[in-house]
Design a protein around this ligand. Structure first.
Ligand code: FAD
Length: 395
């Protein structure tokens, strides 16, 4: 790939990955022209009301985007630093804590708004197809318009139209898992939940593959309930009342029932079905010199390992570097690296989805393993105290 003063980068999709790419390009070059096309009518047309967990991979990229400096400051109320990922059983008894000190939670809406700073997104532009010729690529939109560029990046999310044209055989699998989320004001009378969610993201394992994620944010708790589908397209019949019935039936825990009962239906996200790419062993990207993909468009995955946005940011970083320094790598080099990272995350996310929705003996086995791990960690810690004491004295 070669770039010069007339390089025009067409970005399809003004979501997290597309905007991160646009920012990285614009802050590092005044000669590259960056055009972002988004199907939404305007920047407020879609509810983005939930949090994104950022790990060190995502944070390393975001801290390099200048317009995010204020947002990512530790004292900003947009970010929340975590201490633990906590797994608990349906009685809200701790199974195990994993260290989450390098992770932060950020309100998705705040992050997207900050990423939009100084970017002249062209709203209400639904991409439908592209055409490549000898000296460029033309993007076509539903409103009958088109635009010409040097390279086109599909950042159009999990149902990517760019991907459908670039790799027609690529498929997303329906995992037959339903997810619904909500938000509720924190309430001191839910003592166990309050205690467990202190700087922690809590995953509760209920009965028959039902699982609830609870995370604290500002004065609220954000929760997400998911379960393996029982009847075909169960999500079409889910009402607030049914969700409360599920809390009774599959958790049978007073605090969980009250958490869900007191959430206003207006804060609900979903219900929706979960999809994932298959765990591909070979790079499916065709090494097309004018068109490539990034983020969910390239590697759609479930949300259960918290990797989707983080991986999209890492893709954006590598792709921006390549576009800014074309001699440093090739598009196929980017795609190979993005494939490895993206499909490792797809695999990790899928394993996590399967593990948290386990049923029967698998679920009992999972809970026992976490319980044993917890006490093994405690034991190792105890045994190592004299050694640590000795080391401290001799240092
Ligand atoms: C409830 C939930 C919780 C999540 N939690 C986490 C988390 O904790 N950590 C994490 O890393 N990830 C998380 N994710 C995943 C994360 O949100 C995605 O992986 C991330 O947004 C991917 O970024 P993207 O830019 O590839 O796609 P998106 O952010 O989805 O952006 C795609 C954009 O393309 C636009 N678009 C689509 N089609 C067209 C078209 N034809 N023409 C023009 N524009 C188009 C869309 O409107 C959208 O704005 C979560 C997701 C959900 C749903």
């Amino acid at each position: 790939m070669s770039t010069d003063s007339t390089t025009v980068v067409i970005i399809i999709g003004g979501g997290l990955g597309g905007l991160a790419l646009a920012q990285l390009l614009l802050q590092n070059s005044s000669s590259i022209k960056v055009l972002v096309f988004e199907r939404d009518e305007d920047k407020n047309s879609r509810e983005q009301g939930y949090c994104i967990g950022l790990d060190s991979m995502g944070l390393d990229v975001l801290t390099q985007i200048r317009v995010l400096d204020n947002l990512l400051r530790d004292e900003s109320d947009a970010v929340y630093t975590l201490s633990f990922f906590r797994l608990v059983n349906k009685y809200l008894q701790k199974l195990i804590d994993f260290n989450a000190k390098n992770n932060k939670l950020i309100y998705r809406e705040d992050l997207r708004q900050a990423l939009l700073t100084n970017i002249d997104v062209q709203w209400n532009k639904r991409f439908i197809s592209y055409k490549i010729d000898d000296d460029g690529v033309e993007a076509y939109f539903e409103d009958g318009t088109s635009v010409r560029g040097t390279i086109l990046i599909g950042c159009d999310g999990t149902k990517s139209i760019v991907r459908t044209q670039l790799i027609p055989e690529f498929q997303r699998n329906d995992l037959r898992i339903i997810n619904i989320g909500g938000t509720v004001e924190q309430n001191a009378s839910l003592k166990k939940i309050q205690e467990l969610t202190k700087q922690s993201l809590v995953r509760v394992f209920g009965k028959q593959g039902h699982t609830l994620l609870i995370l604290p944010f500002r004065q609220s708790w954000i929760w997400a309930l998911s379960w393996p589908e029982k009847e075909t397209h169960e999500e079409t019949n889910i009402t607030s009342l049914k969700v409360i019935e599920k809390a009774h039936e599959y958790f049978n825990n007073d605090e969980i029932i009250r958490l869900i009962e007191s959430s206003s239906p207006s804060t609900c996200i979903g219900p929706y079905r979960l999809y994932s790419a298959a765990c591909l062993k070979h790079n499916p990207f065709p090494n097309n010199s004018r068109v490539t993909l990034l983020g969910d468009a390239a590697h759609p995955m479930t949300t259960h390992a918290g990797k989707g946005a983080n991986t999209a940011f890492a893709d954006a970083f590598d792709l921006a570097n390549l576009i800014l320094n074309p001699s440093s790598s090739t598009l196929s080099g980017y795609e190979q690296k993005m494939f490895k990272r993206g499909f490792t995350a797809v695999q990790m996310s899928l394993s996590s989805t399967n593990m948290i929705h386990s049923i029967g003996w698998r679920a009992s086995f999972r809970n026992s393993i976490f319980f044993i791990m917890r006490y093994t960690f405690v034991l190792i810690n105890l045994i190592s105290i004299p050694f640590r004491f000795y080391k401290k004295k001799t240092d």
